[in-house]
Design a protein around this ligand. Sequence first.
Ligand SMILES: CC(C)(COP(=O)(O)OP(=O)(O)OC[C@H]1O[C@@H](n2cnc3c(N)ncnc32)[C@H](O)[C@@H]1OP(=O)(O)O)[C@@H](O)C(=O)NCCC(=O)NCCS
Length: 172
Amino acid sequence: MKLKIARLAKQHDKKNFSCGSTLLDEYIKKQAKQDVNRDLSACFVLIDEQLCVKGYYTLSANAIKREEFAEDLIRKLPPSYADIPTILLGRLAIDQTMKGKGWGAILLLDALHRSLSIAESLGSLAIVVEPIDDNAQAFYAKYGFILLPSSGKMFLPMKTIKDLVNMNILPE
Ligand SMILES: CC(C)(COP(=O)(O)OP(=O)(O)OC[C@H]1O[C@@H](n2cnc3c(N)ncnc32)[C@H](O)[C@@H]1OP(=O)(O)O)[C@@H](O)C(=O)NCCC(=O)NCCS
């Protein structure tokens, strides 16, 4: 099956999307397009040849309170940055029929590349995720995301993503 990643558009068929989380299913079916139209998030979908949505993720501009990060990460940052600029990978989901085949990793890598490219024009210390449960947390931990204990969010420093690209560890 040939799949590709595209920006969410009205011809994409979302009605049968089911990832196992009602919240994430309802989001792509009912809310995602509205959020995009209101410039609250950008949404990218994994689509098959019939334009059926098989996965998606969202990105938004975001900020994290300085004190949420561990001291060693923020020690060298100027104190004037009370809020640290980040990119939020708000949601990431794969249809149940496609799970366990590497598509979740492909969407995550696409989000990391896209975030790195955005960060070249709009400063951003890290990409942040909000795992919905322990499973999601374990998935992100596998890719090096670090837990922020005060909020349950996780982050991956942009520098780490840059290093992975420079070392050719992060595939295109
Ligand atoms: C989490 C999710 C996106 C993973 O997608 P997937 O396509 O099944 O995952 P992949 O097949 O790409 O797996 C890539 C790697 O992550 C690992 N992995 C997948 N789910 C994992 C989990 N819950 N915990 C730990 N590792 C996990 C796989 O074993 C694989 O490792 P490998 O490369 O060493 O074999 C998918 O299960 C999903 O949509 N879950 C429901 C929604 C959700 O939790 N979203 C994330 C937070 S909002």
